[in-house]
Design a binder for this molecule. Structure first.
Ligand code: PMV
Length: 281
């Protein structure tokens, strides 16, 4: 079966907790967002449209790999085999990033909320969560596109692992604890403070050296006004650190703060659908 004119889209993602640690086999909790990348196929040509900021931790490259893999599969078979699409997208990500955890392409393929864990190169486990409780409203601030690539940020953490193995192992274990608290929150099993989880996770990520001093300053300002924020994704060390997830019990305070400081605040839908066929033409 050969399909020609169609459009397929795949979502970006946020990492609630577990970035960087997930590269070393610790779990991550990830969710698909309502910003998508679309591949339009017409007359044997592909066109790409994307609402996902590039290189800022929202999984734009993985969404591109997933949507392209899906387009290839759909052209050949007329259907979407998610497992095949995910494996193909993982291979593309490997070519791009070297040693990805595979979390980004998996969430972009399956959507929703995933508990993800890379046990080994060929055993990448995940579980789609039927969540019992929604998170409170989470906003996104874009601190800008980092100068470093994801691969460079992963290398920074790898060097730290080599230099300070005990310390990094301890940090990853503490990150895992936070990731598990997020899971228990979503499954309605425990009621941890989202503010505290964000705050602690951010501190741990800062100690891995993946947050720039300007982003740290912004996060401290948000904390001082009663909120919390954390980077989501690889981060960035020199200047910008990509997107930051922000939470405040009193949303108005957050809006006033960003207005006063001329910062864009994006509301983001999470738990969104994975790769899908938008239509045929
Ligand atoms: O910034 P992003 O969207 O490329 O996310 C990277 C997440 C890491 O955990 C840092 C790397 C990975 O492969 O999982």
């Amino acid at each position: 079966m050969i399909k020609k004119g169609f459009s397929i889209s795949a979502p970006g993602k946020i990492i609630l907790s577990g970035e960087h640690a997930v590269v070393y086999g610790y779990p991550a909790l990830v969710s698909a967002v309502n910003k998508r990348l679309t591949v339009i196929s017409q007359n044997s040509r592909f066109e790409i449209n994307s609402e996902i900021p590039i290189g800022s931790g929202m999984g734009s490259s993985a969404a591109c790999a997933v949507a392209k893999s899906a387009a290839k599969t759909y052209m050949k078979t007329g259907g979407l085999n998610l497992e095949k699409i995910n494996n193909l997208a993982y291979k593309m990500e490997k070519r791009h990033h070297g040693n990805p955890s595979g979390a980004d392409n998996t969430i972009s393929t399956y959507g929703g909320y995933l508990w993800y864990r890379k046990e080994s190169e060929s055993v990448r486990l995940f579980s789609s969560l039927r969540i019992k409780r929604k998170l409170p409203e989470i906003y996104i601030l874009d601190t800008g596109r980092p100068e470093e690539s994801t691969k460079e940020m992963v290398d920074i953490v790898r060097n730290l692992c080599l230099k300070r193995p005990k310390l990094t192992e301890q940090t990853f274990k503490e990150i895992e604890e936070i990731t598990r608290f997020f899971l228990k929150y979503l499954m309605g099993e425990e009621n941890p403070s989202i503010r505290e989880l964000f705050k602690t996770d951010q501190k741990l990520l800062e100690s891995l050296g993946v947050v720039s001093s300007t982003t740290k300053k912004l996060v401290r300002q948000i904390e001082n006004m009663g909120g919390a924020a954390k980077i989501s994704g690889a981060g960035g060390w020199k200047k910008a650190s990509g997107i930051v997830l922000v939470y405040h019990e009193d949303t108005q305070k957050l809006k006033d703060f960003t207005n006063d400081n001329n910062i864009d605040l994006m509301a983001v839908g999470i738990g969104e659908e994975g790769v899908k066929i938008n239509g045929e033409n």
